[in-house]
Ligand binder design. Structure first.
Ligand code: MOS
Length: 777
């Protein structure tokens, strides 16, 4: 059942959507007038908080001596678990954790237990940051230490099988994968390991908590989700939702690490209440490694059975990962491995080991990023074993329907991505023999991998106020992660309203605005653009009613279905000369402004979205009938130095299909950013925990290596022109995460081609490359 795409064309000025518009917030950012969460310094009586954290990873607090610290200059108050006000609700109980939407089933400073190194044990509040920092050095907290467990590698670690790991069941089964594997003519088995990674956002975790009255709190918070923060804080502090306002106008990176409320936020709010003054708490760089989650270290064992021709028969998959003492969370890698190719049988399991670490959390393409490393290297191995081209083996196993559900895709342009990518990259020049291409002494390799990320279903709200004078205010409570939400929504609203973008003001990042869930899961662009587009349609529908009742209007008595709106002018579809501009109509009706609102639903077409907004619960929506995913392909060239083991990525081509691309400039930046993050994970990024002390040894931007400009070649990014009539009113799939999926595999595949050696342990640092080169190919 094919539908006509319900895109903007019918109803808006052709113009801004799809154009490479520069960031509307760019000037504010580069001139320093954009206000970040730690910059609300004008609040009256603002004081500064510093967290003192535990060096010990496991134990109990025995004694606390604050005498020296309390007498230090400027100290306002010092909080420990002895005097910190108790929370109304803590996430320690599973049901409370779920109700709060909390990331971790534990809140520090509520008792004397120490579960991980870096756990806050005291909060010092002083008149200046320097006074708070100094006094914190004088706080003496004695901890009776116990031997910690650093990871699932530890000899003391006890592996267990969780019922679920957060977003995936502990066991996934499709057909009899074991039998199919056992009888498969071609069998491959490999183990992939992945280091702990941190988000390393430029802006650290930051909270400014301001109690305007004893029961009314405003929090300026560096967060991807103001609504989620509001809910968690209201629950923990025992306040009704309307008494907690969370604001985040600008954020300096999130990548999933700021999708939730972490301990420092809660502590800042409690401290502010206790001292009766606004409190600012900014994490130190090392504290960002221990207070806000990470991508967990993990091992993946992937066994793959195939026919002699290279068709997949079975995958058996097991992931092992480190979990915190209080949560079963691990990334849900099993999804992408079962979804990427036509795969008749599949079994995936997880095992976890509790260790003395902070809970892991979402990090760009959680599950799909590391999962793609395992499946995309395995597919490359399969191609090599059978003498097939890596693209050929992927086309052989191309999934025309979602292998998981059997549903048709809402759209899938992966073949075009392979084809265009290969063309741009010059894949045809690839010598099929590994280790056969050289440039001087350097070994040259070409690698490719598939990218994929789902379109998650969700809904969000928006409001548009159109003024008769030709200006508009557009509102949605989303966060702009720095990726361009301010810009793309201004484009969408200006087009839909027929206004110049300078006459449209888009406001976001505040719980007093229409509520919108977390800007995460690649959801924000599709969700907010759709809800704003629909809110504009609501404005037009209201105005059409006004016109139909107005004897002086050329549209008097016209039926809504017969009217279209073009560039802000309402007119008869059949006779466009009959109509008038909204401003004339509104002025005659004595309206200074008019508001429209909408619920934009992901996973629904325009009509279905309207139906949903009118609460028609029985209507079967498109999300139930289609599998919705974005796809793409990465191609890269590497140069490997056989003497030094260094790997340099020398060329990159990424071709993505993410539905409608609202702004190719910001979209390209996003794909480049994800690619760089993936190259970082492939070649250099890792956080190392001391195996005995369970402390991070490289928790700084000096020691944790992220790519710099010199590490990254010019990246060529293109988008396939993809029309998806099902995903949402704007046909936008979202591209924030797909950018990183498959990247590390493409690099490993290129190293394999360059050297004939397969590296399966991330990051692929020179020592590992050299060790592999010493082994026979
Ligand atoms: Mo994303 S890792 O869902 O912010």
């Amino acid at each position: 059942m094919d539908k006509e795409p319900t895109f903007l064309e019918t109803n808006a000025t052709p113009g801004l959507v799809g154009q490479p518009v520069s960031r509307v917030d760019g000037r504010a950012k580069v001139t320093g007038t954009a206000t970040y969460s730690a910059e609300y310094n004008q609040l009256p009586g603002l004081v500064h908080a510093v967290m003192k954290t535990s060096d010990v990873a496991k134990g109990r607090i025995t004694t606390i001596d604050l005498s020296a610290a309390q007498n230090a200059p400027g100290v306002v108050a010092i909080f420990t678990q002895q005097n910190l006000p108790k929370l109304a609700k803590t996430p320690d109980k599973q049901e409370d954790k779920a109700a709060l939407g909390a990331p971790m089933g534990f809140m520090p400073m509520q008792n004397d237990q120490i579960f991980y190194a870096g756990q806050p044990v005291a909060v010092v509040v002083a008149d200046t940051l320097e006074h708070a920092q100094y006094a914190a050095t004088l706080v003496r907290v004695q901890i009776a230490p116990e031997a910690p467990i650093a990871s699932y590698h530890s000899p003391q670690a006890k592996l267990y099988r969780p019922e679920s790991v957060g977003y995936a069941p502990g066991l996934t089964k499709r057909g009899d994968a074991r039998a199919a594997f056992a009888s498969a003519p071609v069998q491959l088995a490999a183990t992939y390991t992945h280091a702990t990674l941190h988000h390393n956002y430029m802006e650290p975790g930051a909270t400014t908590a301001h109690w305007e009255t004893p029961n009314r709190l405003t929090v300026y918070e560096s967060t991807q989700g103001v609504m989620e923060s509001q809910k968690a804080l209201a629950g923990m502090l025992g306040l009704p939702m309307d008494q907690v306002r969370v604001v985040c106008k600008f954020i300096g990176g999130g990548f999933g690490g700021k999708a939730w409320v972490w301990p420092h936020t809660v502590l800042a709010c409690l401290a502010a209440k206790a001292v009766g003054r606004p409190v600012k708490l900014v994490l130190t760089r090392p504290q960002n490694y221990t207070d806000m989650g990470h991508r967990e270290e993990q091992q993946q064992v992937l066994r793959l059975g195939a026919t002699k021709e290279g068709k997949l028969l079975s995958i058996l998959y097991e992931k092992t990962a480190t979990a915190s003492p209080f949560d079963d969370y691990a990334e849900h890698n099993s999804h992408i491995i079962g979804r990427l190719y036509q795969l008749p049988t599949y079994e995936a399991t997880y095992q976890l080991a509790r260790a003395n670490v902070m809970t892991a959390t979402s990090m760009r393409a959680p599950g799909d990023m590391p999962g793609s490393f395992a499946i995309e290297c395995s597919m490359d191995d399969l191609a090599a074993q059978l003498g097939l081209d890596p693209i050929q083996v992927r086309l052989l196993n191309y999934a025309d329907k979602d292998p998981d559900t059997g549903k048709p895709w809402s759209s899938k342009s992966l073949k075009q991505c392979y084809q265009r990518g290969a063309e741009l990259f010059g894949w045809g020049k690839r010598n099929p023999k590994n280790g056969a291409t050289r440039e001087g002494k350097l070994l040259v390799g070409y690698g490719m991998a598939t990218a994929n990320y789902p379109v998650h279903s969700s809904q969000g709200n928006a409001r548009v106020r159109l003024y008769a004078d030709g200006h508009a205010v557009v509102q949605a409570g989303a966060t702009d992660l720095g990726t361009g939400t301010y810009t793309i929504i201004t484009q969408v609203a200006a087009d839909a309203l027929g206004l110049a973008p300078s006459n449209v003001r888009f406001e976001l990042g505040d719980t007093i605005l229409p509520s919108t869930p977390v800007s995460g899961g690649s959801n924000a662009a599709g969700r907010v653009s759709s809800s704003v587009y629909l809110a504009v349609q609501d404005v037009w529908q209201k105005l059409i009613k006004v016109a139909a009742l107005d004897k002086k209007s050329p549209l008097f008595k016209a039926k809504s279905a017969d009217i279209a709106v073009t560039q802000g002018r309402l007119h008869l579809k059949a006779d466009p000369s009959k109509g008038e501009a909204f401003g004339e109509l509104m002025k005659r009706a004595n309206m200074t402004d008019l508001e429209g609102d909408a619920v934009g639903r992901y996973g629904s077409s325009y009509e279905d979205t309207l139906a949903t907004a009118n609460a028609s619960p029985t209507k079967k929506d498109d999300a139930a009938e289609h599998a919705m995913n974005a796809f793409g392909a990465h191609f890269c060239e590497v140069h490997v130095d056989p003497d030094l083991g260094t790997v340099r990525v020398t060329r990159w081509v990424g071709v993505m299909a993410g539905g409608r691309i609202l702004n190719p400039k910001t979209a390209r930046s996003q794909i480049i950013g994800g690619g760089i993050m993936g190259i970082g994970a492939a070649l250099m990024e890792q956080t190392v925990r001391d195996p005995n002390l369970a402390r991070y040894t490289n928790a700084s931007l000096a020691d944790y290596h992220v790519p710099v400009n010199a590490d990254i070649p010019d990246m060529h990014i293109e988008f396939i022109d993809e029309h998806d009539p099902y995903v949402n009113a704007m046909g936008v799939k979202g591209i924030g995460e797909i950018a990183i999926v498959g990247v590390a595999a493409a690099v490993s595949n290129a190293i394999f081609h360059a050297t004939g050696r397969r590296l399966r342990d991330l990051p692929m640092t020179p020592n590992k490359v050299l060790a592999a080169l010493r082994q026979p190919a």
